[in-house]
Design a protein around this ligand. Structure first.
Ligand SMILES: C[S@@+](CC[C@H](N)C(=O)[O-])C[C@H]1O[C@@H](n2cnc3c(N)ncnc32)[C@H](O)[C@@H]1O
Length: 235
């Protein structure tokens, strides 16, 4: 019987192709099939484009449809289907890589793949190759320390208007707010209430074409929301 292949979850970093690790580049090139998530509407993956300069022209790439609905069961079923496609490759004895933006363990579609693959192929061998997160890239871009000495750092999401920040913001000195592209008025109110607003900065498309640094977060309320936005703030 064929020995099954292995799945590598690979973080391709925040955008600059020079920010892939040497290990990520080696494994992408050794993989038989490179998977990546793409929206159901169009076959485009930013993670794949970031890795593209390192890919051999003959590599087999496959898009997995990225469905995010409010219906949890439908989303889970879609990811189980995606995991089944990966499992098919692994059962055939081939190695697969799943590319993901930034780091695979940080607000990433790889989390869905991990859960679903454990269901559809519990024996699958999986190795995760970490990537540079968007907020590490942002801190570097701004020459801004994320955390020092005995301070703490909260990594949270702004998707629901800073509700998590309001719960725990009092007890930390620094925050990263990812997904800072909607409910901006509420996010700003939460930053003000918890004492972070006056030492905050937003960055959009860090390290990519169209990068912008926004020092005045009220300005974000007047702009067209950009999904690729995060906020760094401290007390
Ligand atoms: C689903 S999360 C992906 C996070 C990714 N796994 C990471 O490690 O950075 C998407 C959010 O990451 C942030 N993000 C990713 N790339 C970014 C970039 N180049 N500039 C600013 N924010 C970015 C934005 O807040 C965006 O809404």
């Amino acid at each position: 019987m064929n020995q099954s292949g292995k799945l590598y979850g690979i973080g391709v970093g925040p955008g600059d192709p020079e920010l892939l690790t040497l290990k990520a580049v080696r494994i992408i090139n050794e993989a038989d099939v490179v998977f990546t998530a793409a929206s159901a509407k169009r076959n485009y993956s930013l993670a794949l484009e970031i890795a593209r300069p390192h890919l051999s022209p003959t590599v087999i790439t496959k898009f997995l449809s990225f469905t995010m609905t409010q219906d949890k069961d439908a989303t889970e079923a879609a990811w189980d289907g995606n995991a089944e496609q990966i499992a098919k490759v692994l059962r055939g004895g081939q190695n697969a890589a799943f590319l993901t933006l930034g780091d695979p363990m940080t607000y990433s579609t790889f989390g869905y793949i991990l859960k679903s693959l454990k269901k559809v192929m519990p024996e699958a061998e999986i190795e995760t190759i970490p990537g540079i997160t968007s907020f590490h890239a942002a801190a570097a871009r701004l020459n801004r320390t994320l955390v020092e000495a005995e301070e703490s750092l909260l990594i949270t999401s702004g998707a629901y208007g800073g509700d998590q920040l309001l719960k725990v913001g009092e007890s930390v000195e620094n925050i990263v707010m990812m997904k800072a592209y909607k409910n901006i008025t509420q996010n700003n109110a939460a930053l003000k209430k918890t004492g972070f607003y006056s030492n905050s900065v937003a960055i959009t498309r860090c390290g990519r074409e169209g990068e912008e640094i926004i020092e005045d977060l009220d300005e974000l309320e007047k702009r067209t929301p950009d999904y690729w936005t995060l906020v760094l703030a401290g007390k």
